[in-house]
Design a protein around this ligand. Sequence first.
Ligand code: SAH
Ligand code: SF4
Length: 380
Amino acid sequence: MDAVNLLDYDLEGLTAFCEQLGEKRFRATQLFRWIHQKGATDFDQMSDLAKSLRGKLQGVATLKRLPVISEHVSSDGTIKWLFDVGGGNAVESVYIPEDDRATLCISSQAGCAVGCRFCSTGHQGFSRNLTTGEILAQLWHAEHALRQRLGTTERIVSNVVMMGMGEPLQNYNALVPALKVMLDDHGYGLSRRRVTVSTSGVVPMIERLKHDCPVALAVSLHAPNDALRDELVPINKKYPIHELLDACRDYLTAAPRDFITFEYCMLDGVNDTDEHARELITLVKGRINCKFNLIPFNPFPQSGLHRSQAPRVQAFARMLADAGIVTTVRKTRGDDIDAACGQLAGEVQDRTNARDRMLRQPVEAKVAAPKPGERNRHAH
Ligand code: SAH
Ligand code: SF4
């Protein structure tokens, strides 16, 4: 029988596993803390666990880390890891340090079945779901490798965003225990507002997440009407915009924040005109408490799409802001290492092509509200 990977368990699962071994509940908590808080890689390191338990674990359990294929460190501090998940598949995580926080962007699947037109993961197709252990191994690695490097026992990662490869809500059963470990005080101890699930809009799973583990929610909207969204985010044909907005509104009753973040990838001439902005305002205004995050498109060769010009993005952002909708534009990060989230696939299945791509990890930059008098200048 294969050894059980203890990274696959949340605390409840680990407790059940320990009980099967005839161990008391508090032993599971100790073990859990050794794994996630102290980053132990070996049962022998777990000095306050009874020798007999350590002996039992050696035979039946393992802590399965993900082999690192590559690590790239940007001059701005962004770090990108490529992890081997076997079978020719790899996934990426990106660490983004900022003044007041350090965010880790992690993957939920190898590939993605949703097939968004502007996403290179989507173009690659779906390979497989990651396990809970594989989702958590990305966080485990970032947290403990960086602690070791910086010579600290202090917590490093303060925020996690599920914005790497894959659609997290199409890997729901593995996702939820992973989120629980991130939130657990005996695990990574992150607050619910500091863990964000980003989704293309898997409506029934938004409803379930609300009950099971209501963390912060980001929704990839990208279009103000169904005709265009059907084309860009094909899952819209199954769950059209009005159903998605209903699910978002309902989610807010349990969410840790009182708004939903809508992500909107700015595509030149496709979804970035004044008319699109007006339609978007009509769509959400008074219907849902939301913020917009405008993402400059990261081009890749097969997409046939182009990034909107910076002044167009600014004008679009101002229209939303003038309508009273809080809007941010992401700045790119890690340019010199091709760090990215959301379109990581190119490098995975076709590593030789990776340099041709502009994989960039964006971070938020607030759009300043226009000063009085400036308004008209920008509006035209
Ligand atoms: N599947 C989830 C989470 C992963 S994608 C989702 O779609 O939300 C994370 C974010 O990156 C999404 O908002 C997605 O729309 C965006 N994204 C994907 N490809 C991109 C690209 N080429 N340029 C900019 N953003 C992209
Ligand atoms: Fe999948 Fe998200 Fe990419 Fe769409 S944007 S293909 S849902 S990873």
